[in-house]
Design a protein around this ligand. Sequence first.
Ligand SMILES: CC(C)(COP(=O)(O)OP(=O)(O)OC[C@H]1O[C@@H](n2cnc3c(N)ncnc32)[C@H](O)[C@@H]1OP(=O)(O)O)[C@@H](O)C(=O)NCCC(=O)NCCS
Length: 213
Amino acid sequence: MELPQVLEPYIKQGVHSWTGEALAELGYDNFEAFQAFSQILDTLGAESGDAQNLKGPLTSVKILRQERSLGEQRRCYVLRERSKVLGLLTVGRKHLYYWHRGGGTKQLDPLCVLDFYVSDRAQRSGHGFTLFDAMLAAEGREARSLAYDRPSPKMLPFLRKHYGLQDYNEQPNNFVVFDDYFENGAPCRRTEVKSPSKSDVIQADAGRVVDIF
Ligand SMILES: CC(C)(COP(=O)(O)OP(=O)(O)OC[C@H]1O[C@@H](n2cnc3c(N)ncnc32)[C@H](O)[C@@H]1OP(=O)(O)O)[C@@H](O)C(=O)NCCC(=O)NCCS
């Protein structure tokens, strides 16, 4: 989606994350910019919902500002390239029951991928990887240590191709936790997700700069 001029000071090139609180701040700071960004985020969220055949969006400004999202420390990463916003990736922390292959359950508190979308015409050009890898760098995580909410038929090959993730035990809650999650010292304890502050700037790999709002 084309970035309007009013958003130039707020949406820099690369990957940036937004929380419900940061969106509220933007609304106080510059309501016109808030409205313009809401339109972009809501449109991408709606397109993502359609692409995944869902009944509604998983990402919108309204959803990010809900109590539940704030409690899960949800944040939405957006990718800007030149004058366009190309995609979004929403993560948040969930408390999950995990069913073992042999029976029995375990409780996990992983960071979860809740929504992920690259604009239709920009797909399969590496933008998804740019967005996902910047998120991992900003969160200080590996792809294997995340859980995935109903990964789509495009998401599963994406994770296999870029991160070698393949094997998992199907769960009744539709979250996917890959077997690799439990390799080499499972991150089974409560995940420590740092609270991003507006001024943090994280130097991601390959010289990319990721602002955490
Ligand atoms: C999943 C998604 C975000 C990946 O973004 P992307 O920009 O296409 O990703 P990249 O270009 O970095 O990686 C491409 C890889 O993703 C997978 N992929 C992407 N589109 C695919 C498709 N139509 N069919 C099968 N695999 C696909 C493949 O592994 C592909 O590699 P390949 O082209 O060599 O086969 C994007 O396909 C998308 O928005 N899909 C619709 C929404 C969706 O399914 N979201 C996932 C929610 S869990």
